[in-house]
Ligand binder design. Sequence first.
Ligand SMILES: [Zn+2]
Length: 367
Amino acid sequence: VTLDQQLRELTAETGDEIFTSVYLDVDGRRDPVWANVEARFGHLCRLARRQAEAMGGDPVRAVDDDLARIDEWLGSFDRSSVLGVAVFCDARSGVFRALPLHRKVEDEVAVGHSPRLVQLAGLVADDPRLLVAVVDRQRAAVYRWELGQLTERASVAREIPRAVDTNVEIGGFDRHRDDELLHHVHLAAAQVRAELNGWDALEVVVAGPEEAASALVNSLAGIDTPMTRITIESHASVDAVARAAEAIGAEVARGREAALLEQILVREPEGRAVMGIDETLAALADGKVDALLVARHWSSRGSRCVVCGRLDRPHTASCVRCGGQTAEIDDLVAAMTDAALAHGATVRLCDDESMVTIGGVGAITRF
Ligand SMILES: [Zn+2]
């Protein structure tokens, strides 16, 4: 099951029950000592209990059950190569989803009537998906780089021509070698094209020794996806390829975020984007949001119309849409995320400082 599907299924989980959502950074490079991770989890547990206490009554016991269940899972999972975990739990109704992630998360806990999906949604939408083709004279392999993981999709290996078998004139052997390289690279290019057909990559990364990598780039001329070529030695390990993909992915993600903010500024005067909390809430209420942009650490209380569900700022006297009564909500960002996901929109978490220019929150709209 892909993370995208998990996210969509979790979006449907909402109601009267109490959900405990936990994001925990378990990156061994940050905290080699597991006891430190447990200490941070302990801190999140105290925050969760405080949130439950503020709700009063039954939630306190429900959250204690959830935390015990999550603690048990944390004690049993294998964290090698996992950088973060996201756990959504309502032990009483048997909902327990623990997602080991190959992506960094920020420690967070939330208690509420639905799972807190902001970080997970951001992770899915911001993921810089790359198609990585590693090629040398003998082999070629095509990988997907997705959510911090490299998955091999196809490979091509060719037989190495041996000089002794080649009964040709001087110079002919080199030409034969070149033809063979070209043939090999064409096969690899076909694999790349086939992969791009079924999978939407933001960039194609061609990696390998100079000669083979250049040949593959030439052979791929004309594809719509942008290409980056990097030189790596023949026989580079999969880890080395993953590190290169990580670096390029980070670069691509930064570029995408900048482009997204630029898009908001360009589209807003044309009525195809909104900036600021009030405009964004109105667009969400109209189901017009295609991509919701939120500053990563922005948080706000809010209100919700008990009749039509429209979200608004806190202490809104009555619903601006239907005049209905409103109820206060603790976490406006989570509610906005849920509303966006429910309409099939994506949620993008952007750098806090650059979001200041558009008022901390905004959206690209559909029509
Ligand atoms: Zn209303």
